[in-house]
Design a protein around this ligand. Structure first.
Ligand SMILES: C[S@@+](CC[C@H](N)C(=O)[O-])C[C@H]1O[C@@H](n2cnc3c(N)ncnc32)[C@H](O)[C@@H]1O
Length: 234
């Protein structure tokens, strides 16, 4: 594929993803709870637990959505900038008081180059970024030396019966419940397809190390249906 064709494909995919998220803002957070049986809150708490004491440390929450994770970090004393390319997501979060400092931008072109953040977090966002190698390298520039990138992402269980049940849930249940409750079946079909097609944790870990991070600690959650990548900047 030529560079130009790849750039066009990437920008088309981003346009599609942005309009998809714009369209599911009403009810989005409630559906997250319903579709994950409430487990997503526990996964966010697990990520928060890895961050230790806040002491006012600066965090960039990339692909923040309405700020569900950001508000938990602010409650703990972190100073949070919430970045998303969907203006309706940021506006909904700001309206609810979940987002204090919104930035509307593409996560793979971060408007921060000054090594100022102690943490960058990204919850359920990285699988939507087609040029994630840019996101990884931009994180290195935005993080302070010794800072950490914490990625929480939906992944696929590996072992027999759990993998089969998870596959059934993704293919046959999630798009229908999500579609019925939001009126946007295609959006929830896309979300379930991206989980199935996304890189496995071993591959993503290799990509992050190749991108320049010095270590990546991988923690599987709930039989591997979600994974946290705790990545240290040199
Ligand atoms: C599945 S939602 C996750 C939202 C939030 N982090 C949460 O935990 O609920 C993914 C979010 O990533 C945003 N997003 C996807 N690709 C992006 C990109 N390239 N740059 C900025 N935001 C992006 C979408 O607009 C959406 O709000």
């Amino acid at each position: 594929m030529t560079d130009l064709k790849r750039a066009r494909d990437i920008s088309e995919r981003k346009k599609y993803v942005r309009s998809l998220f714009d369209s599911i803002v009403p009810g989005y957070d409630l559906l997250n709870r319903v579709l994950s049986f409430g487990i997503d809150t526990g996964w966010r708490k697990k990520l928060l637990g890895l961050m230790g004491e806040a002491g006012g440390a600066a965090v960039l929450d990339a692909c923040s959505g309405t700020g569900d994770l950001g508000r938990m970090m602010r409650e703990k004393g972190f100073s949070v900038v919430s970045l998303d390319f969907s203006l309706p997501m940021l506006a909904a979060g700001k309206g609810r008081g979940w987002i204090e400092r919104p930035v509307c931008a593409d996560a793979s072109r971060l408007p921060f180059r000054n090594s100022s953040f102690a943490f960058i977090t990204i919850a359920f966002g990285i699988r939507n970024i087609p040029d994630r190698e840019n996101f990884i390298s931009d994180c290195l520039m935005a993080l302070a030396p010794g800072g950490r990138l914490l990625i929480l992402e939906l992944t696929r269980p590996r072992s027999g019966i759990t993998a089969a049940l998870h596959g059934f849930y993704l293919g046959r249940i999630l798009p229908f419940i999500g579609g019925a409750l939001s009126g946007r079946m295609h959006a929830y079909r896309y979300l379930s397809d991206t989980i199935r097609e996304f890189a496995d944790p071993v591959t993503l870990r290799k990509e992050i190390l190749a991108g320049g991070f010095s270590s990546v600690r991988v923690t599987g959650l709930t039989f591997g249906s979600a994974t946290i990548f705790d990545c240290a900047r040199p």
